[in-house]
Design a protein around this ligand. Structure first.
Ligand SMILES: Cc1cc2nc3c(=O)[nH]c(=O)nc-3n(C[C@H](O)[C@H](O)[C@H](O)COP(=O)(O)O)c2cc1C
Ligand SMILES: O=C(O)C(=O)c1ccccc1
Length: 388
């Protein structure tokens, strides 16, 4: 097996004879700068911004800085294994593409571009309920490539049930239920810019094609887009849900159910008691509760509470290969990557997403080897120290 790190490094060095001034950035922050230049204020801040004072967005990054890797030497790292097993499937890399809605505001290729980049790499694509295009379109473009579906649990149970059925019918192999967004947070940039993409009819691809959604409208979304969007704002989220409602999900799907947005160890225990199949520790990239705990800081207690009962994944703040190593050393079975891939999408569509993904995985592979480790699934907390 060829190590992806050395392969990509070699590819980059082999361009030395023939330098291309327009080549893609290697430095992640440069991707964000290019995205900033390309996008108008509204979309850029929608993607890059967080809730309130953005303290949680900062906490996500700080939690990684606060932990340091203590590398081991002389351990033969010729062969490195980045693969993971999740819900009975083997995937080549320990990352998934985080569910991100309204990608039409980022690049014309939108979700199809990001999904195809995932497919090229064998990285599971998590399609958002709030995708610009229907989940069936994404599925069709992806063919047999691995994909999961993210459910925004609608206030209208018929819509929730319909989304679950549609996901199952179009080849999604797991359901990610996002719990931290029953309503949109206080996002100051979006309020300042008066920018909410859905009010302009973006991110409704799944809803405007859904029989349960359409059956409640007097006129079709084509005839009366305004009324359709207003109905969407009413049914999108559900602030009345409780733990007892989890049974509803089990009754409506046979796919693995993974709860996204767990931060508290008590919620992790409740999730296990309710019989869900997995947990994603996440604060939604700092976009929901300003002042919430950094996701990596919340991970160890959740992992301890859950034990070996179900896999725990994490997201929020993954930027470099070493971040993946830290999260997995603390017990995450895999991580989701959000904004970095969207900067790739903004800059160059599918190609940009693939490039950012490839660089992150090459960095992971090389850094893993340099820490004296041969397998991402065998990392443990003894590899890290936490700074006071
Ligand atoms: C523009 C944007 C849109 C998002 N849309 C969704 C969504 O539709 N569903 C969801 O579960 N999470 C959504 N998220 C959260 C991501 O899935 C993920 O939790 C977060 O981006 C991870 O943090 P990171 O960006 O620091 O990697 C969104 C995030 C961003 C930046
Ligand atoms: O912006 C978000 O974070 C998000 O999760 C979302 C919610 C609804 C529609 C699109 C994105």
């Amino acid at each position: 097996m060829e190590n992806i790190g050395n392969k990509i490094q070699y590819q980059i060095y082999s361009t030395m004879q023939n330098p291309d001034p327009d080549r893609f950035p290697v430095i992640l922050e440069e991707w964000e700068e290019l995205a900033r230049k390309k996008l108008a204020d509204g979309p850029y801040y929608y993607i890059a911004g967080g809730a309130g004072s953005e303290k949680t967005m900062q906490a996500n990054l700080k939690a990684f800085t606060n932990r340091e890797v203590i590398p081991r030497m002389l351990r033969n790292v010729d062969q490195r294994d980045l693969s993971v097993d999740l819900f009975g499937q083997k995937y080549p890399f320990p990352i998934l593409q985080a569910p991100i809605g309204v990608q039409s505001i980022i690049h014309e290729e939108g979700e199809i571009g990001s999904a195809l980049a995932s497919a090229e790499m064998g990285v599971p694509y998590i399609a958002s309920s709030a995708s610009s295009v229907p989940m069936e379109k994404i599925a069709e473009a992806m063919g047999d490539a691995p994909r999961w579906f993210q459910l925004y649990w609608s206030r209208d149970p018929e819509i929730a049930a319909s989304f679950l059925k549609r996901a199952e019918n179009s080849g999604y192999s797991a359901i990610v239920v996002t719990l931290d967004t029953p309503m949109m947070a206080w996002r100051e940039y979006d309020l300042k810019n008066v920018y909410l993409p859905f009010l302009a009819g973006e991110g409704v691809g799944n809803y405007f094609t859904d029989p349960a959604f359409l059956s409640k409208l007097e006129k079709s979304p084509q005839e009366d887009p305004q009324a359709a969007v207003m109905h969407w704002t009413k049914v999108f989220g559900n602030t009345s849900l409780t733990w007892d409602d989890i049974d509803f999900l089990r009754e409506h799907t046979n796919l693995p159910i993974i709860l996204k947005g767990i931060l508290h160890e008590s919620d992790a225990k409740l999730a296990v008691e309710k019989g869900v199949d997995g947990i994603i520790v996440s604060n939604h990239g700092g976009r929901q509760v300003d002042g919430a705990v950094g996701a990596l800081d919340a991970l160890p207690k959740v992992v301890e509470a859950v034990g070996d009962k179900v896999p725990v994944l994490m997201d929020s703040g993954i930027r470099r290969g070493s971040d993946i190593i830290k999260a997995m050393a603390l017990g995450a079975k895999a991580v989701l990557v959000g904004r970095p891939l969207m900067y790739g999408l903004a800059v160059a569509g599918q190609k940009g997403v693939k490039e950012v993904m490839q660089n992150m995985l090459a960095d992971l592979d090389i850094t893993l080897g340099l820490t004296g480790q041969s397998s991402v699934s065998q990392l443990d907390p003894s590899l890290l120290r936490e700074m006071e």
